[in-house]
Design a binder for this molecule. Sequence first.
Ligand code: F6R
Length: 348
Amino acid sequence: MRPADSSGMYQAYMNWYEQAKTSWEIGIELELTPSNIIYSGMGGSGASGDLIADWVWNRIEAPFFVLKGYHLPKWAGEETLLISVSVSGNTEETLSAFYEGVKKGCKVVVISSDGMLERVSRRASSFIKIPKPLAPRVGLPYMLYASLKLLESIGLVDDREIEDSIKVLKELKPKLSLDSKDNPAKHLADEIHFAVPIIYAPPLMAGVSYRFKASLAENAKMDSIVNVAPELCHNEIVAWERMNVDNYRVVLLRYEGEEPEIRERMEAIKEIVEESGQEPIEVRANAGDRLSKIVQNLYVCEMATYYSSLLRGVDPLSTRSIDRLKATLKRRLEYIHRYTELEDWATS
Ligand code: F6R
């Protein structure tokens, strides 16, 4: 494998434990008892919402809804906590949802490092500033742990599982580093970098699977297929009756202590893949609690996307197509008028 690239991505990925600690130490004093929560953010900034949703769905009373788009659901209102997350602070979908939230009287908390969201949040909402990472995906722990701190500070989740998950990042760091001999991320990259990975995950790993796909595209410029069980057993599995297996490499995201219905289902999927002549690769988290397991598989998969970029000889940092689309859409939609309205409102 080639040495680390010069983009700074490797160092930033190796800094995940420190990022998590920085955000976890932010002091947040808010009194909120929302009836429901909307987590709004796109791409690398929305990813934390998926991970948190997988963790909290059966442990908090309030519905937790992840929004990746312009408009809030009709039910959003004064009882809603809207968490608006954007590294640049200039992503139009997130700004649009933020403005709708303000107009609907939602309690809005912004997590950002810059841009318009920082400027306008001073007026109508609480602002949590995070350091600006090289790219949102590589700064994921800044957003994840600032968001978890927010939920903890308003009494929705407790701190123990979160602190344990931060320790997982610390323990994994040497194992995932470039000079580690027995590196699960390098092993995974070796297996997938030449194919189209098909990533199958149980619900606890749904957010991880989607982030894996997203970072494979952004870092390694690779497409992949993602699906979540049990749903995939009701449709996608039929494709295995006529699969050209040579083009694909199946990755199963798993964890110790899977519930019986999950374990048996993942085993049954594995058997079908094996019958087609392919041995699936299993990424299996063995860390303590559910959040730690999410974080463990996330870090291994994320580093595998980085190592895949090295194996493929591509620049992991550049995401030209995203920049191009943002610029084109901004022009086409003349969103700038709405920015002006928002800015006027924020300073009036
Ligand atoms: C990931 C990435 C994108 C952005 C997304 C939203 O590294 O660059 O997925 O996260 O376009 O941008 P921000 O985070 O600035 O709101």
